[in-house]
Design a protein around this ligand. Structure first.
Ligand code: PEP
Length: 270
């Protein structure tokens, strides 16, 4: 199965100029590597980057013709297309900007924007019906982890997928190709702390079993790990058969570490 390594740039870089520098560096490094390796670097690992909304159209245009996909970090819950929703960006506008995926339910959006089950369900419906793939983030807080509530929390968050299928049963056929789950313990994001590979593996097994219970076709859905993945620890996550890739924050802003993570997954899943 092809691995995924997705860079969540969050509210970075600060300027369009810095975005261009980062992308030029990324594309040039990949090009040089491909010429040396004779094998396309994305053959076993699909790369994707999620810039801030203001940079999305430029990033998508810059990446057109390359093997790297672009994603938004969020979509409007209120309308899939147009409307009086100040500050929002719709799934249709995101697709029009050239992106093919969106992240949804990142813990920072759940925390700072109070994203609820109903909001995320609406966002997911809008994204999928506009043809966008969805990287759906789930994960427990430190207090929930300490209280051994990880699976309970995840089960509650995954109900969005169950309810999606109940409301839009026609999506079942293609959902495994358009939905990726990113398991991101909140306490591991940007902290340098990581769960053990065995903990992540067991949680991923649980996620895969749970979504397969919603629809047999989701058996092949990719489940990524996110939370302080870096060039040093990527190998150990990549080696586990339950971990289909990584959602990367901080380390995706440096080409060297982002591609080292991609290389770890590419090698391990080859
Ligand atoms: C993230 O925000 O999705 C993330 C995984 O961040 P970091 O890699 O910096 O922990």
């Amino acid at each position: 199965m092809q691995a995924w390594v997705i860079g969540n740039w969050k509210q970075n870089p600060a300027t369009s100029h810095d975005v261009d520098l980062l992308l030029n560096d990324l594309l040039t490094t990949i090009d040089t590597k491909e010429q040396a390796d004779t094998e396309p670097s994305n053959s076993r690992c699909q790369l994707m980057v999620a810039p801030s909304c203001i940079h999305l159209a430029a990033v998508s245009a810059h990446l057109a013709g390359s093997s790297i996909l672009s994603a938004a970090q969020d979509v409007s819950a209120y309308s899939a297309s147009v409307g009086a929703y100040t500050g929002d960006c719709s799934a249709q506008q995101i697709a029009d900007a050239g992106a093919t995926w969106t992240i949804l339910g990142h813990s920072e959006r759940r925390q700072y924007h109070n994203e609820s089950h109903d909001t995320l369900l609406q966002k997911m419906i809008h994204a999928l019906t506009q043809g966008l793939g969805v990287v759906f983030c789930i994960g427990e807080t430190q207090a929930q982890y300490d209280a051994k509530q990880t699976l309970e929390v995840i089960d509650a968050q995954l109900l969005v997928v169950k309810d999606l299928l109940a409301q839009q049963p026609e999506l079942i056929v293609s959902l495994s190709e358009h939905l990726i789950i990113a398991y991101e313990p909140v306490w591991a994001i940007g902290t340098g702390k990581v769960p053990t590979v065995s903990e992540v593996s067991q949680t991923h097994q649980h996620i895969k079993q749970t979504v397969t219970g919603f629809a047999e076709s989701l058996k092949v859905m990719s489940v990524l790990y996110g939370g302080s993945v870096n060039a040093d620890n990527a190998d150990s996550f990549a080696a586990d058969s339950m971990i289909d890739g990584a959602l990367v924050g901080g380390a995706s802003l440096k080409v060297e570490s982002f591609l080292a993570i991609a290389n770890a997954f590419s090698q391990a899943k080859g």
